[in-house]
Write a protein that binds this ligand. Structure first.
Ligand code: FES
Length: 491
């Protein structure tokens, strides 16, 4: 396969890549992390950069000569030598596109499989940042990343990609704290991930002592409990455990759904299920992460859809908007309990049925496959919660509080979420959404040395359950896919 050269202007950096390399992947290897809110689906246009050279598109293999024109870095593949012209902001801080003049001495980082979130702080002011995990080309879930990391070259590439992207965002921070799932932390530290991917799925290293890994900074990393019970859920549970004598169900919704049942002074059963990145706006044709133009809420008023977003043009739907939309479609009989789309006269305006889905705007269409991907997330979450309750011998009616955490949006409509049946009904519980508790826990260790010890104690109380080893899992999962909360099978 031919090798082609990319030159970045104005820095003059050069590097060679094989034919067909995706432009955003090539740039990430050169230390430039382009903002990709729609995860490379090609509909948000936020990753457009000015180039000169031969490129093909992921959906059109024919090479085209592009001269001083902006193309989406997530769709363009290298077909010849190329020049990339970055503006100042892209060149200096390509992760999020947010310009940062201020120096922040502290940084908390939550490394998610799909999205990395950061909070920079000097304890008087904070600045949030986020970017797509640049390791995604090695797979969209932890299992595929573990598989890819079996090749030492790929493992080292994944380590340098994530370190480079974080370094780009934290700048000269002197203390950096980390949370994240076990696989993401192992890849960050260059630890062997193979025991995480094979039975009996153990994490040989659960506490991390480390020196600087980015830039001479002090590093704090929250502990993990097991291969699939990472620092993200240990941190989140540590924020809410032992506040009172309530029975608490806690779930952190992301590419994995990590959940735990917390009862005072008792063992804490905890598990994790693969939900896929749908709620983070990925593997959904119109999905997007938070940015200007991202629709965060949808309501139905007087037979019309009301879309809530910043900016002039809606670019895609976030996880919270997709939850709202599914609830509206279900209420109007446009999708049935099995998730099947029906062409009815009850579709609110302005939206039209098209082959394969419903179009809301020129670039926003919800397909049957999108609905299926959201159902897979719902099925995994509901089945996992039911099995966790079974294992703990606790009836869902005995749960007093439900805490939902997650990085997929701070504005979840809990009524819509409940109506769709992502979890058991927990009818006697108070429900709250806590936001990104993994990041909050990472932030807490920056200011509270006791919290680190508390997190270790909580971790030691955790009893990890491997769902796939339970004989009932597959049956429960299939039952839980339906929107009727598991009364029947999927048609
Ligand atoms: S990330 Fe390229 S178009 Fe959205």
């Amino acid at each position: 396969m031919s090798l082609f050269k990319i030159r970045i202007e104005p820095s003059g950096d050069c590097s060679q890549f094989t034919q067909g390399t995706l432009l955003m992947d090539a740039l990430a290897e050169m230390g430039v992390f382009i903002n990709t809110p729609c995860g490379g689906n090609g509909h948000c246009g936020k990753c457009r950069i000015q180039v000169e050279g031969w490129f093909s598109q992921t959906d059109d293999a024919k090479p085209h000569l592009v001269k001083d024109y902006e193309i989406p870095a997530c769709r363009a593949r290298l077909e010849g030598d190329a020049i990339v012209r970055l503006d100042r902001e892209q060149g200096e801080h390509g992760n999020s596109g947010t310009s940062r003049q201020k120096h922040f001495p502290y940084a908390a980082v939550d490394i998610g499989t799909t999205t990395v979130k950061l909070r920079l702080s000097d304890f008087k002011s904070v600045q949030d940042d986020s970017f797509s995990n640049p390791q995604r080309r090695y797979g969209h879930d932890v299992i595929s990343r573990i598989g890819a990391a079996a090749d030492p070259v790929a493992a080292s590439k994944m380590q340098s990609l994530i370190r480079g992207a974080i370094k780009n965002s934290v700048g000269q921070a002197q203390t950096v704290s980390f949370s994240g799932n076990t696989t993401m932390l192992y890849l960050l530290l260059g630890l062997d991930t193979s025991p995480l991917g094979h039975a009996p799925f153990t994490a040989p290293v659960r506490d991390f002592c480390t020196g600087s890994i980015l830039n001479n900074e002090k590093v704090l990393i929250l502990p993990v409990a097991d291969a699939f019970i990472g620092a993200d859920i240990v941190g989140g549970v540590s924020l809410v455990a032992d506040r009172d004598s309530a029975n608490i169900f806690f779930i952190d919704l992301g590419t994995n759904g990590e959940m735990a049942l917390i009862r005072n002074d008792r063992k804490i059963p905890a598990t994790s299920c693969a939900m896929g990145p749908a709620l983070e706006g990925m593997n959904i044709s119109c999905g997007i992460s938070a940015c200007t133009g991202a629709v965060t809420h949808i309501k139905e008023q007087c037979g019309r859809f009301n879309f809530q977003f910043d900016g002039d043009t809606p670019l895609g739907l976030t996880g919270t908007a997709m939850i709202d939309l599914l609830a509206i479609l279900l209420k109007n009989g446009i999708i049935d309990h099995s998730g099947k789309l029906h062409k009815t006269s009850t579709l609110p305006q302005p939206a039209i049925f098209e082959t394969g889905g419903i179009r809301f705007f020129e670039n926003i269409i919800m397909t049957q496959q999108d609905i299926r991907n959201l159902q897979l997330a719902k099925g995994a979450s509901l089945a996992g919660a039911r099995l966790l309750l079974n294992r703990a011998g606790l009836d869902q009616k005995a749960v007093d509080k439900v805490y939902i955490a997650g990085a997929f949006g701070e504005n979840l409509d809990i009524d819509n979420f409940r109506q769709l049946g992502f979890l058991p009904s927990f009818e006697n519980a108070d429900w709250s959404f806590l936001g990104n508790t993994s990041l909050q826990a990472a932030e807490r260790v920056l200011t509270d040395a006791d919290f680190f010890l508390h997190a270790k104690n909580i971790r030691d109380r955790m009893d990890s359950i491997n769902l796939s080893s339970l004989p009932d899992f597959q049956r429960e999962y299939l039952k839980a896919l339906n929107f009727d909360n598991g009364q029947g099978g999927v048609t």
